[in-house]
Design a protein around this ligand. Sequence first.
Ligand code: DON
Length: 309
Amino acid sequence: MVCHYGTDLKEMVETVERYTHHGKVADYIPALSKANPTDVGIAIFDGHDTCFSEGQHRKLFTLQSISKILTLALALMDHGEEVVFSKVGMEPTGDPFNSIAKLESHIPSKPLNPMINAGALAVSSLIKGSSNEEKLDRLLQFVRELSGNQSITYNAEVAKSEFDTADLNRSLSYFMKQHGVINGDVDVLLDFYTKQCAIEVDCEDLAKIGFALAHHGEHPDKNYSIIPFEIARLVKTFMVTCGMYNASGEFAIRVGIPAKSGVSGGIVGAVPGGIGIGLYGPALDDKGNSIAGMKLLELLSAKYHLSIF
Ligand code: DON
């Protein structure tokens, strides 16, 4: 099949490689600091058998915050909107992803949205299952179905590395427990959350997940629904308003593609009715987004008129 993206991808990846020198690999989760800062990879899935890809697209990396859109979808499928949005709001914060500030300044004291850490922790506490093992199994099955890759699992070393150092996320959780947003044992929640964040994918897996979201939650290869239409719409809306944290406004203007980033350097993009994009570039900007990944999305969006606005 002739690929109209393929010819440009190589050139675009080469163009953005130099931006990696202005970024920094995350090291507050010690295991993430092993990443190679100059790596850049991309895959595009257009619904056919072909994933157009370039650079380090087969390298595995952990989902980190990208997992937040998946747990949000699953929690909404488990409980519906009323329950989920009684625990978490729908507004962007303009604050860093791990900020505690607005938990105290907003009454009622629930996190402002499901993409910041506090909101994601509240959402993770809602995933159905009688044990963390069962919850994680359900989440993994969901990710495997969305990506069409049955071998996806989590990286135990990264999960442990985060669990051992996640004192800020513990603080957010204890604060929310005190205010009745979550209940139960905080370390049990942290155990699940850190494993969820450590689910490992490559760019092609991410591109397929993005494609499924872009197509109202349908299976990337088989045309049946995995995520209900309304939930896929809602998740994509959060990707636009909060997916790139306190860079979401500028990203909407410069790129205009629903997207979600993670501190491992991954970004998933979902062009509604169009392609799914998976990116990897572990050198991050000061807001925790892949510096090369954002630039690559900007180039792609401009070249192929992918902005939804
Ligand atoms: O909770 C954390 O801090 C990480 N597991 C995930 C944060 C993250 O990916 C923010 N993204 N840019």
